[in-house]
Write a protein that binds this ligand. Structure first.
Ligand SMILES: Nc1nc2c(c(=O)[nH]1)N[C@H]1C(S)=C(S)[C@@H](COP(=O)(O)O)O[C@H]1N2
Ligand SMILES: [Mo]
Length: 409
């Protein structure tokens, strides 16, 4: 089952009043009234302590743009890099603050009506003793590219004003979630699996929405989802989920819960604000309850500074990357004349269904002046980047071609 089908089913159940696991339609109504909702589930293990700032790792301005509790990767930081984003440049999306967790005291608690016995706990050592899997996968925030709704399309949207740097690719190692679910005694009745983070509860508009959590269908949870304890060959760093995070290939970033402390396994459908209130498409082109938000769309970025300065009359190699939630990139074209003509870029390195494609494009700008460069990718399903994205009020899934300004001097 893909994300779109699953979300469609759950949304119709939500509308019909079906609700299991702690978050109901009535809670949502109370949220709208500003009344604190009873979303407290079983207490998570008390191993979390707050860090000094929202993000622990250094954020040098040549690599990052700070956006509230988040840090966006600057694309020029990838100009000299291989397939992976090094940990020190990987973007960070925190609803609150990176918690500092003691890995030796940490426990993963599995519980719920979809298990044959009672709750089951795993330590980090328990997980490391199970067979491991390595997977190179992208993580991308559903709001990546959001600011272009405003700067390219003149539309007002809510949320973090990312440009294109809320995406990264890393090599993750860990244990398959399916292995852990089977050891915990998942039953054939289980329908949803909901990982929950150990970071602070998320408060917005004066309402405490509880811990960051979002359900997955059992079919996805038993397929390619990883409980990762390593990133690029090192233990997970605090900002990216130490000691253990979920990696959900091809699905929007919010599915990949960091600092996971509890996993609810349920025989009835689960709902949270992260699949009912956020991560839905609302707007004039969408029904009142919003459209479900499917896998990531096609995007491209140049590994160049915004307003890069290039010398006239010289040969330059423009480098960039393209990616899609629907599988590998088949073709990338580049325009240096405002979108009038397009020529193919040359692929570099591996193609991947769950990561990006690197590419290069040689360019010799003849005359000094202001230019825009554009990249347009097509994925294996034939989906291509349009010239305009369909508006939604929370600014998700921006897929249009981005006009990147360059000065030739
Ligand atoms: N516990 C927890 N998990 C979380 C989040 C969070 O704030 N808390 N943010 C989510 C979102 S919206 C994204 S896009 C990714 C970002 O992962 P990164 O910070 O490792 O780049 O983590 C997801 N997992
Ligand atoms: Mo996100």
């Amino acid at each position: 089952m893909d994300e779109r089908e699953y979300d469609a089913l759950r949304m119709s159940q939500w509308r019909a009043g079906v609700a299991g696991g702690g978050f109901t339609r009535r809670d949502l109504a109370r949220l709208a009234l500003g009344v604190s909702a009873a979303v407290a589930l079983a207490p998570a293990p008390a191993t979390a302590a707050p860090a000094a700032g929202p993000i622990v790792k250094p954020l040098p301005p040549e690599w990052f743009t700070i956006r509230g509790t988040n840090a966006e990767m600057r694309w020029e930081a990838m100009a000299d890099q291989g397939h992976l984003v090094p940990v020190d440049r990987f973007f960070v999306r925190n609803h609150t603050t990176t918690p500092i967790i003691d890995g030796s005291a940490w426990r993963l608690l599995l519980s719920g009506t979809g298990l044959s016995g009672g709750p089951v706990e795993f330590s980090l050592r328990d997980l490391r003793r199970l067979p491991s899997t390595t997977l190179t996968s992208a993580i991308e925030c559903a709001g990546n590219g959001r600011s272009f709704y405003t700067t390219q399309q003149g539309q007002t949207v809510s949320g973090t004003a990312w440009t294109l740097g809320a995406v990264g690719v890393a090599r993750w190692r860990g244990v398959r979630l399916s292995t852990v679910l089977r050891r915990a005694g998942i039953t054939p009745d289980a329908v949803d699996v909901q990982p929950e983070g150990l970071d602070d509860t998320y408060v917005t508009g004066g309402v405490d929405l509880g811990r960051v959590r979002r359900p997955l269908p059992v079919s996805k949870a038993l397929d390619d989802v990883l409980l990762a304890y390593e990133m690029n060959g090192e233990p997970l760093p605090p900002d990216h989920g130490y000691p253990v995070r979920v990696i959900v290939p091809s699905w929007i970033g919010i599915s990949s819960i960091k600092w996971v402390g509890r996993i609810e396994v349920s025989a009835s459908p689960l709902f949270s604000p992260w699949n009912t209130q956020f991560y839905r498409l609302f707007g004039p082109e969408h029904p009142a309850e919003g459209t479900l938000l499917g896998p990531q769309v096609v995007k491209s970025a140049f590994a160049l500074p915004w307003n890069a300065v290039l010398a006239a009359g010289r040969r330059h190699v423009l480098r960039g990357r393209s990616w899609s939630g629907h599988g590998r990139i088949r073709r990338v074209e580049v325009s240096t004349d405002g979108g009038a003509t397009w020529r193919p870029a040359h692929p570099v390195g591996p193609a991947s269904d769950v990561a990006w494609q690197r590419w290069e494009f040689p360019w010799r700008p003849a005359a000094p002046g202001a230019y825009t460069v554009r990249a347009r990718a097509t994925d294996r399903t034939g989906a291509t980047q349009p010239t305009e994205s369909v508006f939604n009020s929370q600014g998700y899934l921006f897929d249009a071609v981005v006009a990147h300004p360059v000065t030739v001097a």
